[in-house]
Design a protein around this ligand. Sequence first.
Ligand SMILES: C[S@@+](CC[C@H](N)C(=O)[O-])C[C@H]1O[C@@H](n2cnc3c(N)ncnc32)[C@H](O)[C@@H]1O
Length: 192
Amino acid sequence: MQFEIVSATLFLQIALLVAVVCATVLIVAFSVFNGISPMPSSRKALAAVLELIKEADTGGSIVDLGSGWGTLCFAVAAAFPDREVCGYENSPVPYIYCLLINALVRRRNLRFVRRNFYAVPLHEAGLVLCYLYSGAMVRLKSKFENELRAGTVVVSNTFAVPLWKPRGVVELRDMYRSKTYLYVTGNAARNL
Ligand SMILES: C[S@@+](CC[C@H](N)C(=O)[O-])C[C@H]1O[C@@H](n2cnc3c(N)ncnc32)[C@H](O)[C@@H]1O
């Protein structure tokens, strides 16, 4: 009997270890593939995003391109309960984590989709959020210019959309003096 308990405990420990190792390998592999890890927006950046978008009553859905662990999505969905929020994420571990947390907190206006966001049509979006890296912003610039309707708001943590003129910028009081940018497509974004 005691032997069976010891074996079951050992089995569980090994299974847990294997799960942690597999999750870590998947996170690292997708970070290399994507060019960015699922690092969450900082609390200060989150506050800056919420401050910038509270004035931006654009209607339409809110999308987070690369939702990671859902930090932005959960906060924005709570702040705007009447707006549909969708987080696109292709890395399986953070994606599954978000599904589990959302099943617990039951944010009815929030969903997560496991997808490469470059393949997601953005015509219906009213507000686009991102926290990515410079190369992704270069690639997204032409996607934004081709797909976003005039008047769509784009808010980017840290990385600017190249050559676009921001309508608003918040500089964070962090050690990097990071900036969060707000753009409005149409007049502002085309005024390059
Ligand atoms: C720095 S994290 C930002 C997470 C979240 N938006 C936040 O601000 O807390 C960037 C996320 O984008 C995801 N990502 C990068 N390229 C992607 C792509 N092409 N399709 C889907 N997700 C992508 C990464 O896996 C990562 O989780």
